[in-house]
Design a protein around this ligand. Sequence first.
Ligand SMILES: NC(=O)c1ccc[n+]([C@@H]2O[C@H](COP(=O)([O-])OP(=O)(O)OC[C@H]3O[C@@H](n4cnc5c(N)ncnc54)[C@H](OP(=O)(O)O)[C@@H]3O)[C@@H](O)[C@H]2O)c1
Length: 345
Amino acid sequence: MTKQLTVAIVGATGAVGTKMREQLYKRNFPIKNIKFLASAKSAGKDIEFGGNTYKIEEATPEAFEGVDVALFSAGGSVSEKLAPEAVKRGAVVIDNTSHFRMHPEVPLVVPEVNREALKEHKGIIANPNCSTIQMVVALQPIREKLGLTKVVVSTYQAVSGSGIAAIEELRTQSAEWDKGKDVEANVLPVKSEQKHYPIARNLLPQIDVFTENGFTKEEMKMINETKKIMGMPNLSVAATCVRVPVVNGHSESVYIEVEKEANVEDIFAILKDAPGVVLQDDINNQVYPMPLFTEGEDPVFVGRIRQDLDNKKGFHLWVVADNLLKGAALNSIQIAEAMLEDNLL
Ligand SMILES: NC(=O)c1ccc[n+]([C@@H]2O[C@H](COP(=O)([O-])OP(=O)(O)OC[C@H]3O[C@@H](n4cnc5c(N)ncnc54)[C@H](OP(=O)(O)O)[C@@H]3O)[C@@H](O)[C@H]2O)c1
């Protein structure tokens, strides 16, 4: 019989936490008890799960007593403070924030790519950045057959990647535009920055704050996390991350260079049977992935596959996925499922 577990969701009221609740129920995760944790402001409020109503609790160290698996998505500072407390009390933490991702002792896992890294865990497993997850799911099968030397990615990221407040901002601004009112911006590109710009009828070439080298933190996450997950420290990776006025679903234009000579048919054949990938590429019938149609879907969708015109080992791909599912909640729960199967919980 499958082991039944006590699960806690930290950040249960948020954009990712809401999807975690849905996914745990939908995937029939073996739950003995479940706890919904959030900030003090939400404590005592009702929350729905599987047709039942539960009370939200404040996330405190004591809240993790008796918890087997704690799914964190309440921001880096909450993970920094409370993930070690959860581990101290015997829980395995699967953390959606960026806080532990590059820590050398913390596995950064996409089960289709590096499931075996879970065996090395010391209590905390990091769930990668949303844009990185969908890209590596598409690249790993190509890398296995053809090798991989270079990745250049430009992203078109939905506002849901920045949480509930950003979704609200896009909705409000779109309505203000339609009524001919002045548009107010308070959340994007980064809440804590001095300047904010409208996202409705716009796009923002800044996701997260800038780092010293001119790349944003989001771009550096894609660069560093790709190398860590794929176990390729010398892979050449460059990223430009852009926020677009799409509610949900991240899209990516990805240019890759492989080691072995190949053609478009080879890439088609590889991706057709790749785990977690759906090939959507039929230009004669205008078939290609789009974020509106990937909402609520588990897989990573790949299309518009082209061989570069100047480099026979260069290929262009268009990669789209639901960032709140494969990019966050679903990947976290797939990690928990893999750990359960591998007797790591
Ligand atoms: N959105 C994505 O696609 C995505 C993908 C991967 C990772 N992430 C990461 O996941 C985290 C959450 O993202 P989100 O998009 O779900 O944000 P969100 O919609 O703003 O939700 C934030 C959640 O954190 C809770 N929270 C805030 N402060 C807290 C505190 N001091 N103690 C306990 N809980 C607290 C909030 O509870 P209250 O309702 O009580 O305030 C809410 O449940 C972030 O670190 C983000 O970087 C997001």
